[in-house]
Design a protein around this ligand. Structure first.
Ligand code: NAP
Length: 301
């Protein structure tokens, strides 16, 4: 029996494990993919207090190392659901069951797709959702980044180091992401902003050859020739498998406020997977601490 079962090994989940272990609780982090969460695809994190600059992968590996050294157990398994048996929460995975006194859901979010023709078919053949992972394949080529948030801006900045040209395609005139990165991008000769433009179709037979765009102001359609399309249009939660035990909002985020308390006693939600205004690394870490301390209190009852 674990005191705290943590579903998801991103920043929120690993922070929760650190707080749980330091409070003397037996914790397990169950992760379906690889530890680290979304931040691992950030080439450079510059807004985490106390660390001027660090790569997302180094940050998350340090976090995992810290949690494991404190005694947190880790499992790589796909969680399929949670049931409550007389107050004991059973985390169900494809292979095993983990009985826990309390549970922290820190499932994060996944990449939103554009939903345009050829996007799925050309994924891996020029369409990518991770510039850090795939950018190097496009050295010396022209690419497009789609989106206007911090991820898209960071991706464009990162790709400008490899690619001959980076088109940053955004559906509005103003960016949602950090202004400091926008300023840096404006100074780069190989970055071109394509604003008020939406993607109609990704072009290409066996590999990406271009993107068909629509100018929202004039209605004009035009093509840009690129070998890669990096899609960074936000994130969506994946909490359906928990919908029978905790309440979700209409977008699929777990209903929980700053105290991380969900609709089910003893189950907490931390980080990007819950309803919240600000989804940042700092707020994910903060949630991990809040949820873990609440779980510690619950298990002491
Ligand atoms: P985001 O902030 O939600 O931005 C998504 C962008 O995609 C927006 O510009 C949005 O346009 C656009 N978009 C959404 N759906 C679209 C569609 N169907 N077609 C075209 N464009 C579409 O997502 P994000 O950039 O992934 O960032 C997620 C969170 O992580 C944010 O809170 C961000 O600040 C944070 N983040 C932090 C760091 C860091 O700490 N260093 C790095 C990256 C991200 P509109 O603007 O018109 O809505």
């Amino acid at each position: 029996m674990y005191d705290i079962g943590i579903v998801g090994g991103g920043t929120a989940g690993m922070t929760a494990a650190i707080y749980g272990q330091r409070a003397g609780k037996r914790t397990v982090i169950i992760e379906g993919g690889s530890f680290g969460g979304q931040i691992t695809s950030s080439p450079n994190v510059e807004n985490y207090p106390g660390i001027a600059s660090v790569s997302g992968s180094e940050f998350s590996m340090n976090l995992l190392d810290q949690a494991v050294k404190l005694g947190a157990e880790t499992e790589v398994e796909m969680v399929t659901g949670i049931r409550d048996e007389n107050g004991t929460k059973i985390i169900e995975t494809t292979g095993k069951e983990y009985p826990c006194r309390s549970v922290i859901l820190a499932t994060g979010v996944t990449h939103r797709h554009l939903g345009v023709p050829n996007e799925e078919r050309l994924t891996g053949a020029g369409v990518s959702y991770c510039a850090t992972c795939d950018g190097a394949f496009f050295r010396g080529r022209d690419v497009a980044v789609i989106g206007g948030g911090s991820t898209a801006l960071q991706d464009a900045e990162f790709l400008a180091n490899y690619c001959s040209k980076v088109y940053l395609v955004h559906r509005r005139d103003e960016f949602r992401g950090e202004e400091s990165i926008v300023r840096r991008l404006r100074e780069k000769e190989n970055v071109e902003f394509v604003l008020s433009a939406t993607v109609k179709e990704i072009l290409g037979d066996t590999v990406v050859e271009g993107v068909l765009l629509n100018n929202k102001k004039t209605g004009e359609e035009f093509e840009i020739k690129v070998a890669g399309v990096f899609i960074a249009v936000g994130q969506i939660p994946q909490n359906e498998k928990f919908s029978d035990i905790v309440k979700l909002d209409s977008s699929g985020f777990i209903l929980a406020s700053e105290d991380c308390v969900t609709s089910h006693p003893g189950i907490y939600a931390a980080g990007d997977c819950r309803t919240k205004e600000v989804r940042q690394l700092t707020t994910a870490a903060a949630d991990g601490a809040v949820a873990a301390l609440a779980a510690c209190k619950y298990t002491a009852q």
